[in-house]
Design a protein around this ligand. Structure first.
Ligand SMILES: C[S@@+](CC[C@H](N)C(=O)[O-])C[C@H]1O[C@@H](n2cnc3c(N)ncnc32)[C@H](O)[C@@H]1O
Length: 245
């Protein structure tokens, strides 16, 4: 089958996402994604990148990559000249991972986020800190192509799902809000749900009602708030992150 036809057939599947660029492909392979197609303008260049930057996945890249015209397959071509298709992880397994107790690391909860780039940046943070997952509430799809692009392939390194309020994983809810108690006096437990409000309206009334703690990040008077992803970064850093290697 031709590369273009194979790409088209896989890209049409509901359970497949596009990985845009070499780093997204590298991360997805490292964290166990089922990669079903890799197309590059110059396969040799991608193999050289793998050898230089990711020898741990070089063999897989060399095996998968095929020459193809990306311009015809994608709206825009990544500077690394490579794109891939990967199968979304099983949703039931992800939900089971979110619900499992005792939980070794918090779940990040985004309450009706609006900005796709912010959500991707949060997935990247959650992956880096080893958080159990990122859960969103509301109409934004955390697997939207632009979120996956901003997440740099790290949707495969943590659990990412959209849930209703009555489906949230167990654990105490720490809602981040400038009116809350100063985070510097608190220890955030591993089983916490760390909740962040929307860029427009902050924490919703229903989540505020559900919160066990309201927590604030230090901020000078007259500054009204931080960016959503920045707030997640500071909070995960305060929680502690992965053990030192
Ligand atoms: C851009 S802010 C929301 C601003 C919104 N206009 C509001 O009224 O809250 C997005 C989210 O980041 C978190 N956040 C931002 N600054 C914070 C701070 N100083 N303390 C605690 N959380 C903060 C909150 O969860 C907030 O809902």
């Amino acid at each position: 089958m031709s590369v273009v036809r194979e790409w088209g057939e896989n890209a049409g599947r509901d359970d497949v996402v596009v990985l845009d660029g070499f780093h997204a492909l590298k991360h997805a392979l490292r964290f166990g994604a089922e990669v079903v197609a890799v197309v590059a303008e110059e396969p040799e260049g991608v193999r050289a990148l793998a050898a230089e930057l990711a020898p741990d996945v070089e063999e897989a890249v060399v095996r998968l990559v095929r020459r193809g015209e990306l311009k015809g397959l994608l709206p825009r071509v990544h500077p690394t000249g490579v794109a891939a298709l990967a199968v979304r992880p099983d949703r039931d397994a992800g939900r089971a991972a979110l619900a499992r107790t005792p939980r070794p690391a918090p779940v990040v909860l985004l309450d009706n986020p609006r900005n796709l780039g912010n959500v991707g940046a949060v997935v990247r943070l959650a992956a880096g800190f080893g958080a159990t997952g990122v859960v969103t509430r509301g109409d934004l799809d955390p697997w939207h192509p632009n979120v996956v692009r901003a997440g740099a392939g790290l949707h495969y390194a943590t659990t990412v799902d959209r849930l209703e309020l009555d489906e949230l994983p167990p654990g105490p809810v720490y809602a981040l809000d400038p009116e809350g108690e100063d985070i510097r006096g608190l220890v955030l437990p591993d089983d916490a749900l760390l909740a962040f409000g929307s860029e427009r309206h902050g924490i919703s009334p229903e989540l505020r009602a559900r919160a066990d703690h309201l927590v604030s990040l230090p901020m000078r008077p007259q500054v009204s708030s931080y960016n959503l992803a920045t707030s997640v970064a500071m909070t995960l850093f305060h929680w502690g992150g992965p053990a030192a290697q």
